[in-house]
Unconditional design. Structure first.
Length: 158
Protein backbone atom coordinates (compact mmCIF):
# COMPACT_ATOMS: atom_id res chain seq x y z
CA UNK A 1 0.00 0.00 0.00
CA UNK A 2 1.32 3.43 -0.95
CA UNK A 3 2.09 5.91 1.80
CA UNK A 4 1.18 8.75 -0.55
CA UNK A 5 -2.11 9.43 -2.31
CA UNK A 6 -1.99 11.33 -5.59
CA UNK A 7 -5.21 12.71 -7.05
CA UNK A 8 -5.24 14.28 -10.51
CA UNK A 9 -8.18 16.27 -11.93
CA UNK A 10 -8.25 18.15 -15.22
CA UNK A 11 -9.29 21.81 -15.47
CA UNK A 12 -8.97 22.79 -19.12
CA UNK A 13 -5.36 22.19 -20.19
CA UNK A 14 -4.17 22.24 -16.58
CA UNK A 15 -3.82 19.20 -14.34
CA UNK A 16 -4.72 19.84 -10.70
CA UNK A 17 -2.63 17.44 -8.60
CA UNK A 18 -3.09 16.89 -4.86
CA UNK A 19 -0.58 14.96 -2.76
CA UNK A 20 -1.51 13.61 0.69
CA UNK A 21 0.70 11.51 2.93
CA UNK A 22 4.36 10.63 3.19
CA UNK A 23 6.97 10.74 0.44
CA UNK A 24 9.00 7.65 1.28
CA UNK A 25 10.03 4.29 -0.17
CA UNK A 26 6.36 3.27 -0.43
CA UNK A 27 5.31 6.26 -2.53
CA UNK A 28 4.19 5.48 -6.07
CA UNK A 29 4.72 8.37 -8.48
CA UNK A 30 3.56 6.57 -11.63
CA UNK A 31 0.43 8.80 -11.83
CA UNK A 32 2.69 11.78 -12.56
CA UNK A 33 3.63 10.21 -15.92
CA UNK A 34 0.23 11.35 -17.25
CA UNK A 35 0.96 15.06 -16.73
CA UNK A 36 1.05 17.23 -19.88
CA UNK A 37 1.01 20.97 -20.67
CA UNK A 38 0.60 22.56 -17.22
CA UNK A 39 0.22 21.15 -13.73
CA UNK A 40 -0.56 22.75 -10.39
CA UNK A 41 0.64 20.49 -7.58
CA UNK A 42 -0.85 21.07 -4.12
CA UNK A 43 1.54 19.84 -1.43
CA UNK A 44 -0.38 20.90 1.68
CA UNK A 45 -1.03 17.28 2.63
CA UNK A 46 2.62 16.14 2.49
CA UNK A 47 3.45 15.31 6.11
CA UNK A 48 6.99 13.95 5.81
CA UNK A 49 9.73 13.23 3.27
CA UNK A 50 12.53 10.73 3.80
CA UNK A 51 15.74 10.43 1.79
CA UNK A 52 14.65 7.48 -0.36
CA UNK A 53 11.33 9.16 -1.10
CA UNK A 54 13.07 12.44 -1.97
CA UNK A 55 15.27 10.66 -4.52
CA UNK A 56 12.29 8.90 -6.15
CA UNK A 57 10.27 12.12 -6.10
CA UNK A 58 13.05 14.08 -7.79
CA UNK A 59 13.32 11.47 -10.56
CA UNK A 60 9.55 11.56 -11.15
CA UNK A 61 9.29 15.36 -11.07
CA UNK A 62 12.28 15.74 -13.42
CA UNK A 63 10.53 13.49 -15.93
CA UNK A 64 7.23 15.35 -15.53
CA UNK A 65 9.01 18.68 -16.08
CA UNK A 66 10.06 17.49 -19.55
CA UNK A 67 6.39 17.33 -20.58
CA UNK A 68 4.76 20.17 -18.68
CA UNK A 69 5.12 23.41 -16.78
CA UNK A 70 4.96 22.83 -13.02
CA UNK A 71 3.58 25.13 -10.32
CA UNK A 72 3.58 24.19 -6.64
CA UNK A 73 1.02 25.56 -4.20
CA UNK A 74 0.44 25.27 -0.45
CA UNK A 75 3.83 23.63 0.13
CA UNK A 76 3.98 22.26 3.67
CA UNK A 77 6.87 22.99 6.04
CA UNK A 78 8.44 19.58 5.42
CA UNK A 79 8.45 20.33 1.66
CA UNK A 80 10.14 23.68 2.33
CA UNK A 81 12.77 21.87 4.41
CA UNK A 82 13.53 19.64 1.40
CA UNK A 83 13.67 22.64 -0.95
CA UNK A 84 16.25 24.22 1.32
CA UNK A 85 18.38 21.06 1.45
CA UNK A 86 18.08 19.56 -2.03
CA UNK A 87 18.64 21.58 -5.16
CA UNK A 88 16.16 20.52 -7.81
CA UNK A 89 13.58 19.06 -5.41
CA UNK A 90 10.83 20.62 -7.52
CA UNK A 91 12.57 20.27 -10.87
CA UNK A 92 12.25 23.63 -12.58
CA UNK A 93 8.83 24.24 -11.06
CA UNK A 94 7.75 27.46 -9.44
CA UNK A 95 6.55 27.78 -5.86
CA UNK A 96 3.42 29.94 -5.81
CA UNK A 97 2.49 29.53 -2.13
CA UNK A 98 3.74 27.82 1.02
CA UNK A 99 3.05 27.46 4.71
CA UNK A 100 5.28 28.97 7.35
CA UNK A 101 5.21 28.12 11.06
CA UNK A 102 4.21 31.25 12.99
CA UNK A 103 4.05 31.82 16.75
CA UNK A 104 2.74 34.62 18.92
CA UNK A 105 5.29 35.57 21.55
CA UNK A 106 2.53 37.11 23.69
CA UNK A 107 -0.10 34.34 23.95
CA UNK A 108 1.92 31.38 22.56
CA UNK A 109 -0.61 30.71 19.79
CA UNK A 110 0.93 28.90 16.82
CA UNK A 111 -0.34 28.46 13.26
CA UNK A 112 0.91 27.43 9.86
CA UNK A 113 0.23 30.56 7.81
CA UNK A 114 -0.14 30.48 4.02
CA UNK A 115 2.20 32.90 2.23
CA UNK A 116 2.54 33.63 -1.47
CA UNK A 117 6.00 33.69 -2.98
CA UNK A 118 5.06 36.82 -4.93
CA UNK A 119 4.21 38.78 -1.75
CA UNK A 120 7.56 37.93 -0.22
CA UNK A 121 9.58 38.64 -3.35
CA UNK A 122 7.71 41.93 -3.88
CA UNK A 123 8.23 42.77 -0.21
CA UNK A 124 12.02 42.58 -0.64
CA UNK A 125 12.44 39.09 0.75
CA UNK A 126 10.82 39.38 4.17
CA UNK A 127 7.60 37.98 5.52
CA UNK A 128 4.54 40.24 5.61
CA UNK A 129 3.11 40.84 9.07
CA UNK A 130 0.81 38.12 10.39
CA UNK A 131 -1.63 39.09 13.13
CA UNK A 132 -2.43 36.61 15.90
CA UNK A 133 -6.07 35.53 15.70
CA UNK A 134 -6.24 35.31 19.52
CA UNK A 135 -4.64 38.55 20.75
CA UNK A 136 -4.17 40.58 17.53
CA UNK A 137 -0.43 41.01 18.17
CA UNK A 138 2.16 40.45 15.42
CA UNK A 139 3.40 36.88 15.11
CA UNK A 140 6.97 35.80 14.32
CA UNK A 141 8.27 32.83 12.39
CA UNK A 142 8.89 29.81 14.59
CA UNK A 143 12.08 29.11 12.64
CA UNK A 144 15.00 31.17 11.41
CA UNK A 145 13.28 33.31 8.78
CA UNK A 146 16.34 33.83 6.57
CA UNK A 147 17.07 30.10 6.55
CA UNK A 148 13.44 29.12 5.97
CA UNK A 149 13.12 31.44 2.96
CA UNK A 150 16.36 30.31 1.28
CA UNK A 151 14.40 28.38 -1.37
CA UNK A 152 13.01 31.66 -2.75
CA UNK A 153 16.49 32.71 -3.80
CA UNK A 154 16.87 29.78 -6.22
CA UNK A 155 16.71 31.15 -9.78
CA UNK A 156 14.28 28.44 -10.89
CA UNK A 157 11.71 29.41 -8.27
CA UNK A 158 10.78 32.95 -9.25
Amino acid sequence: MSSLEIEIRQRGDKSMVTLVGVIDEGADFSALASLRNRAEINMKGVRRVNSYGARSWMDAIRNAAKRCELEFVECSSCVIDQLNMLQGFLGHGQVRSFYGPMICEVCDNSVDHLFTARDILNGHGGLPEVECEHCARPMVMDDLEDQYLLFLREPTLL
